[in-house]
Design a protein around this ligand. Sequence first.
Ligand code: SF4
Ligand code: SF4
Length: 293
Amino acid sequence: MKQIVVMSGKGGTGKTTITAALGQLAGKRAVMADCDVDAANLHLLLRPAKSVKERFVGGMLPMIDTRGCTECGYCETACAFSAIVLRNGQYEIDSLACEGCGVCSHVCPGNYITMMPRVTGHFLISRSRFDQIMVHAALGIGQENSGKLVTKVKTEALSEANRENIPCLLVDGPPGIGCPAIAAVSGATEVLLVTEATRAGLHDLRRLMKLLAHFSLPASCVINKADLDEHVRTEIHAVCEEQGIAVIAEIPWTDVFPESLRQGKTLIEMSDARVSDELTRIWTHINSKGECV
Ligand code: SF4
Ligand code: SF4
């Protein structure tokens, strides 16, 4: 199966807006996966109808049986994250500070601490308004383990694609180079890098290229806001050439991007000829073997 993952080293490059437009071009031949789980917004453009919503267990959280607790304080001392606090004469867990390591439950002499599954978010399997399967998720406020949730979204999306015999998976990847980014590119057959002609865009593109080099993945690059800084644009071309990455499209700065988000329309629906031409060029490149038509 073709797995196209759209990535950017930083937020604000237009990655999600471009992914949504490519999704529209792919139609029912692609399953859409929103792996930007910390700030999911592909749904704003694809406006899916929710069909199945499931809880996501991202870790464990201890529970203290206060009826048995002798207030010996061993658990408080053993917790490296200061997540056990004495309040009003009773030990309590600070769920925001707790890392779910389970040490407290091991040291409690009376086994009064039980580790329980911790729901850290939800994932949804829906139908986008272009009648394609879309898997997306929402991480709870202040929750961690988004890398695990990204893996869950991808696994569910792949299983939907296999079940429905759909040849492509189109992934809106998370920004950055951390655990969620690694989870998103894992198993990818192609990565589309979206950057912008700014110093920050170039800096983060370089970091992302280093990450991708570990996985030896075929990649191509799109420069958004390409006319913002001519020097940076030239540097991006040079860096891509050095890495053997083709720059397949350049999109000039346009307010069509924020406007499309504001109106909840894809870039294709915004009917800007310059942008649509570049998107068609991108799609033709990443679908050059015709797997997704
Ligand atoms: S699970 Fe670990 S981090 Fe959480 S309260 Fe227990 S010892 Fe502290
Ligand atoms: S180790 Fe067990 S008994 Fe001691 S304070 Fe903690 S919960 Fe209570």
